[in-house]
Design a binder for this molecule. Structure first.
Ligand code: CA
Length: 755
């Protein structure tokens, strides 16, 4: 009987397809967001991992950063998008919309009702029913091309409208033309919100597989036109078809129309919709399959893979393969066609913390190519980027590119030009750039005084100074790793301690400082903005990623520092927001979370919980981390507790759910937390596997009682990148009660500069 049961089990395993990880992803998670309050500020991106073009259903008006809102009732088009965030907005867009028998072209006229009950959103496809005319619209992606399928009621002459979007500021006119006989639309979208040179455009070609009964163009100002070519500020095209099933194959390029055709031929060709969809799905299975989890609830598994999906979209590929098979790219920095790779749509202020470290762990080869892309951006523009979309954008503070490049190098990633990168980093470290977010604003003060004063007309001066200090630490690590002269190493080693200049020991907070060395007054620890960036001193006091032990000394020891860590949660979520003139969404999100001053919805404090390890209280990190994983990430459209930010807030969850986190990028270590699952298997790129096992893990067994690494006793609260890359098993005995001894010895604590 037992044998029969076993045989039946085997038989069932053979019949059932392997469980799809891609189908655990909910791309609508995080879309219940608005200007005032963010649950992620994301759209359901239909794309291949790190693909060049993504697609999304569009509910907002053209140019509205909230491109898909969960509470919307109408869809205006299926849109080709590159938007990294609503705050940065989109560029190089087109949309396609099926509109039934009556031709309606303008976005307000053609909008059609939809329902989440008649919608299927996957990473690799999207399908929706337009309710008043019974049309199904679908899209499946490749990297630089896609296929759309429109299913019209049989025997109803119908239309498809293409919208090439309003042209960006100072852009050339939008132009397009229709070739009725060859069933083809070609054109150039000129949509952008900055970060592009003159002449920028997205070249596109759309091929239909049904004869076109009629076609023409339209403009927002003049309406429908029978002309087959058009040029203007906001124009589009329309085609009339016989109904039934119509496919539109779309290729797009930043280089040329010819390259758009090449991208389409190379990536889609004559393949059918289901084949393109299946291939995109298998790409996602491969990417998501780098981490396999066992245990936890189905909701937790869905959140985990949704987060891993979000951490696998940006930075997007920006290079293309030319006629000779060479990798080339349109440079958004100089407008030329350049050799080599480029990736874009990323703000390093957000993503240096966990999104890039996750890449170093799961996708080291791709991470190295991305580093080369950063170096290429320096070669083409003279500046290492900090916020790209697609070129330099003026957003956020710090020179956190130094963290990203250093972290890759110290973790053994070598497929990029580190010497050229070093040149760019050193230039950025000592010079203000063409935008306040490129290079170092206030470099002359920082180099002279060791901080940027708050009374010299430079905003967010304390935040800048603290990040510069950590960035200098990274430069020190890189200088050592690539063998720069000791004098140069020591320069950055010393500057890594500059964070000390802004700690006011009399109150136990980081604080703005005047150029004469006196403190900025008055001081409120809950005052947002001013000398800080999108946060207050409750958040920025922890901006010492590289030297928690040094910070502890400033506090007067581990006890006062741990008490201040505790106070983050026990203090009411008060705030002062006059710097912004209103309550920005990050403030609202902190208050609503009801965890005191802990503002997980924004980046500055996201590493803080792990710092309990550095002051010898790892059990507090373990309990709080589980609490945050459970309370700040929810299944459904309100998934996140603030902006997702190009994989960062997702990568926090992926790392934390695996049981460790990159507190100090630039040092090849991860700090232990408390894993969410019973078993996590990392399928590493080098062919080895690393497993985290926590067999008695449960919602109330959140504390690490003891641990072994490859069968040997393991007392540390950190694990090395190399230890993971070698493969093996970290086994954790979980318990209902804390172990107040484990991991508390100085020798077991994670890296600190001052240890
Ligand atoms: Ca943010």
């Amino acid at each position: 009987m037992k044998k029969l049961k076993y045989l039946m089990f085997l038989f069932t395993c053979l019949l059932l397809p392997a469980q799809s990880l891609a189908d655990k992803v909910d791309p609508l998670g995080g879309t219940a967001s608005s200007f005032e309050f963010s649950h992620g500020n994301v759209y359901p991106a239909v794309a291949v991992p790190f693909g060049m073009h993504a697609w999304t259903p569009q509910t907002g008006k053209n140019g509205d950063g909230w491109t898909y809102r969960y509470d919307a009732t109408q869809i205006r088009g299926i849109k080709l998008t590159h938007q990294p965030s609503p705050w940065i907005n989109d560029y190089g867009c087109i949309s396609l919309m099926p509109v039934g028998s009556e031709l309606k072209v303008k976005e307000a006229d053609r909008a059609a009702f939809f329902s989440h009950d008649r919608e299927e959103s996957r990473p690799y496809s999207y399908k929706v029913k337009l309710l008043e005319n019974g049309i199904w619209a679908e899209v499946a992606p490749a990297s630089r091309a896609a296929i759309l399928r429109f299913t019209f009621p049989q025997g109803t002459e119908s239309h498809i409208v293409l919208d090439a979007f309003p042209k960006g500021r100072d852009a050339d006119l939008v132009s397009l033309s229709v070739d009725l006989k060859n069933r083809k639309i070609t054109g150039i979208s000129r949509h952008h919100h900055g970060g592009v040179p003159k002449g920028f455009g997205l070249y596109f070609v759309v091929l239909f597989d049904q004869p076109l009964l009629n076609a023409g163009t339209w403009s927002e100002s003049e309406g429908i036109s029978p002309n087959m070519t058009i040029e203007g500020n906001q124009v589009g095209a329309w085609v009339k078809v016989n109904g039934g099933v119509v496919h539109a194959r779309v290729g797009a390029s930043f280089i040329s129309l010819e390259q758009a055709e090449r991208n389409l031929a190379a990536e889609i060709g004559s393949q059918g919709f289901d084949a393109v969809k299946a291939r995109a799905k298998s790409e996602w299975e491969k990417t998501l399959g780098r981490v396999v989890i066992d245990g936890g609830s189905s909701e937790q598994q869905s959140i985990f893979y949704t987060c891993l999906y979000r951490a696998s979209l940006f930075p997007r590929t920006f290079h293309e393969i030319n006629a000779e098979g060479r990798t080339v790219h349109y440079s958004p920095y100089n407008g030329q066609i350049e050799d080599g790779v480029l990736y874009t749509d990323n703000g390093f202020w957000d993503t240096f913390r966990a999104a890039f470290p996750l890449m170093t762990l799961l996708q080291p080869n791709l991470d190295g190519q991305m580093m080369q892309g950063i170096v290429n951006a320096y070669t083409e523009s003279g500046w290492i980027p900090e916020w790209q979309s697609p070129g330099h954008r003026n957003c956020m503070v710090g020179t956190n590119s130094s963290s990203i490049l250093t972290d890759a190098w110290v973790k053994g990633i070598r497929n990029w030009d580190v010497e050229k990168g070093w040149e760019g980093l050193i230039k950025a470290a000592h010079n203000p750039g063409p935008l306040s977010s490129v290079g170092r604003l206030g470099a002359e003060f920082y180099d002279r005084l060791g901080y940027v004063p708050c009374d010299v007309g430079i905003n967010e001066s304390a935040a800048r100074s603290l990040e510069y200090s950590y960035n200098d630490f990274c430069l020190w690590q890189l200088a050592r790793a690539i063998g720069k002269p000791v004098s140069e190493q020591n320069k950055y080693r010393d500057r890594a301690l500059n964070y000390r200049n802004l700690f006011d020991a009399s109150i136990g907070f980081m604080r703005g400082k005047n150029s004469d060395g006196t403190w900025q007054s008055p001081f409120r620890p809950d005052s947002w903005g001013g000398v800080f960036t999108e946060g207050c001193s409750w958040h920025w006091t922890w901006c010492v990623f590289h030297d928690a032990a040094g910070l502890s000394k400033l506090f007067g020891g581990d006890k006062p520092m741990s008490e201040r860590l505790d106070e983050v949660f026990t203090t009411l979520p008060t705030f002062e927001s006059s710097y912004y003139g209103s309550v920005i969404h990050e403030i609202a999100e902190m208050v609503v979370a009801d965890m005191g001053q802990y503002a997980h919805g924004n980046q500055p404090i996201q590493h803080m919980l792990y710092m309990y390890n550095h002051v010898g209280q790892p059990w507090k990190a373990q309990a709080r981390l589980r609490e945050v994983m459970n309370s700040m990430y929810k299944p459904g459209p309100a998934l996140y507790c603030g902006d997702e930010d190009n994989g960062q807030t997702s990568a926090w969850y992926v790392f934390s759910a695996m049981g460790f986190y990159s507190v100090t990028p630039g040092v090849p270590q991860y700090v232990l937390g408390s894993p969410l699952f019973r078993k996590i298997t990392l399928n590493l790129e080098n062919g080895r596997t690393f497993t985290i096992e926590a067999p008695n893990n449960s919602p109330d067994h959140v504390y690490i009682q003891s641990a072994t690494l490859n069968g040997k006793s393991f007392t540390r609260t950190w694990i090395g990148h190399e230890e993971i890359q070698k493969g093996g098993t970290l086994k954790l005995e979980m318990s209902k009660t804390p172990n107040f001894q484990r991991g508390t010895d100085m020798s077991d604590r994670p890296y600190s500069n001052s240890m």
